[in-house]
Each structure stands twice: as C-alpha cells, then as structure tokens.
Write a protein that binds this ligand. Structure first.
Ligand code: NAD
Length: 290
C-alpha cells in the first residue's frame, strides 16, 4: 500500500522509517531537504508538495509542529486537498488544537476526504522503537481501516471519540507530563540543596509511588546534564497554550498547568526554547541558586 508522509522531523523521521521497514511504500515531503534525503535513502519516494503527495496516495500521514502548519499543508496552496481524491484519508499525528482538527475535518468533508486526529506520546525513543501511544479521534470505520498502519508505529492505538478527541486526550497527556517534570525538578533540586545526591534519591524512590515513566525518562538525562531535544520547550509551550485555550473555552481553571507554562516561557526568553523540556530543572536551579 502506498502511503504519504509529510513532516520528517524528530518524530516523523523514525515513524516513517518504521513504515518503510514494515514494507509500506512511502511518498514523503518536508520543507527541510536534508530530512527528505535521509528518508529517501531508506527507500521512500520524494514529492515536492503536499498536493503531489496526495495525488499519488490514498492515505496521508502528517506530523507537523502545530495548527498553522497543519492548516497550511492540508488546506493551503499546493496543499493535500488540491491533490487528494474523494475517499482519501488524512491521519494527522501532529499535536494541535482540537478545535482546528474539527475545523479542518469539516472543510475536508466537503471534498469527500476523511480525517483522523491521531497525536502520539512517547517521544523520540518510542518513535524509534515503534512503541508510541496513539490517541485517536474520528469515525470508527475510518479508525478500523487505518488501525494496522498506526499500529506499525505504536504499542497502543486507542479511539477516544469523534474528531478532535485525539487532541483533547493529548492535551490531558501534556498536562500530566509538564506537572510531572516540574515535580521531579522541585524534588531533585531540594535534595541537592539539602545535601543528598540526586542520583541516590532517584535510585531510592523510582520503584515507589513517586516513580513514573516521566521520572525514568527524564531524571537520568537531567542528572547527566543532557538537554538536547527530545521534546523542545517551545513545543511544550505550544501544547500548553492549546491546553489553556481549550480549558478557558469550557470553563476549567488549570492553576498548576498555568504555573508550569510560565516557567517554560521564562526559559524560552532566556534562550532555551529549543532545549528539551527536561531543562525545566534549570528554572528551579536558578531560583535556588544551585
Ligand atoms: P519537528 O519540528 O522536529 O518536526 C516537524 C517537521 O515538520 C520538520 O521537519 C519541519 O520541517 C516540517 N514542516 C514544517 N512545516 C512544514 C510544511 N509546511 N511542509 C512540510 N513540512 C513541514 O517536531 P517534532 O518533534 O517531530 O514534533 C512533531 C509533532 O509531534 C508536534 O506536534 C509535537 O508536539 C508532536 N510530538 C513531539 C514529540 C517529541 O518528543 N518530539 C512527542 C510527541 C508528540
């Protein structure tokens, strides 16, 4: 089966390589030439525009930074909608605003094109392993027809509701990850300032109730001072902005999320926006004068 893949960044590159490994024919496109070259070397075919990708495929995956890029790639000039045939399916695996997922899907429906919003969790390591968690919104029969493709990249693929539900689920995920990283940062900085080695604290408590996937993924990197992304602070701020917009729209206050977002914003202003979100600990270290 021939599949389109648009957006070959930190996540899209390993995800597309896993599809190639499983024997799918891929037609790919990205604005960064070096990213395209790398995936073409693994067996994919190059297309110059999203329209060209869509004209050669019936299922098109997008893995782009945020809502404006998804709107541009799907509905803009030379976009997917100009090349796709009725009956085509777009699986948007980017993390974007659920409101934009619904808006884009409604426009596509006018041309007989189906859409799933299917953001992922697990970061680059799980994208490489093909063990991402995929949370999906859309029609059941469209989900069923795309399940095997998504499962190629994932450990779990769960339909959580109609279009937009995938991104609402992802917002919930991002709240938990952000607050977990903040909690871990507070704990490790306190331990260091109070004279106990953070490494020993981590080893002592990771198997207890304080243990978590976030703690195991981020604490070793933070303690080794490895802040290369991973997941960029800028992208997490983007997600938390989408969280706050959605929360305000339905009248839900999120005081802890708002606080973490402000800390990330401060790091961005200090020039750390392209570092991994684990660098949140540097905000606490600065305040505690570590
Ligand atoms: P990235 O910035 O590394 O990759 C995005 C890619 O999209 C880039 O290669 C960029 O050139 C391409 N792109 C942008 N505009 C384009 C356009 N108009 N046409 C074609 N290509 C275009 O980002 P990423 O880390 O791979 O994240 C992608 C999405 O996945 C984001 O929504 C992010 O929030 C989400 N996500 C990321 C992680 C992570 O750990 N990095 C984890 C889960 C979810």
């Amino acid at each position: 089966m021939k599949i389109g893949f648009i957006g070959l960044g930190i996540m899209g590159k390993p995800m597309s390589k896993n599809l190639l490994k499983k024997g799918y024919d891929l037609v790919v496109c990205d604005v960064v030439q070096s990213a395209v070259d790398e995936v073409v070397q693994c067996g994919a075919t190059l297309a110059l525009t999203p329209k060209d990708v869509a004209s050669q495929t019936d299922i098109i995956i997008t893995m782009l930074p945020n809502s404006p890029q998804v709107k541009q790639v799907v509905l803009g000039k030379d976009g997917i909608v100009e090349g796709a045939k009725p009956g085509a399916i777009i699986i948007d695996m980017s993390s974007i605003s659920p409101l934009v997922s619904r808006e884009v899907a409604m426009k596509l429906a006018e041309s007989g094109i189906e859409m799933l919003d299917a953001p992922v969790s697990g970061g680059e390591p799980k994208a490489i392993d093909g063990t991402l968690s995929v949370m999906v919104g859309g029609k059941r029969h469209v989900f069923d027809s795309c399940y095997d493709i998504m499962k190629t990249m994932a450990g779990s693929v769960v339909l959580t509701g109609d279009i937009g539900a995938g991104n609402v689920t992802k917002l919930a995920n991002q709240i938990i990850v952000a607050i977990n990283i903040a909690g871990m940062s507070e704990a490790l900085v306190l331990a260091a300032k109070a004279g106990v080695q953070p490494e020993l604290v981590y080893q002592a408590i990771r198997g207890g109730l304080a243990g978590s996937t976030v703690f195991d993924a981020k604490a070793p990197l933070v303690m080794d001072r490895k802040f290369d992304p991973g997941f960029r602070i800028n992208l997490h701020i983007k997600d938390l902005n989408n969280v706050m917009d959605t929360a305000h729209g339905v009248g839900v206050p999120l005081p802890m999320t708002a606080a973490v977002m402000e800390m990330m914003q401060a790091l961005k202003v200090d020039g750390m926006g392209d570092d991994d979100h684990g660098s949140l600990i540097r905000y606490y270290e600065k305040m505690a004068q570590v």
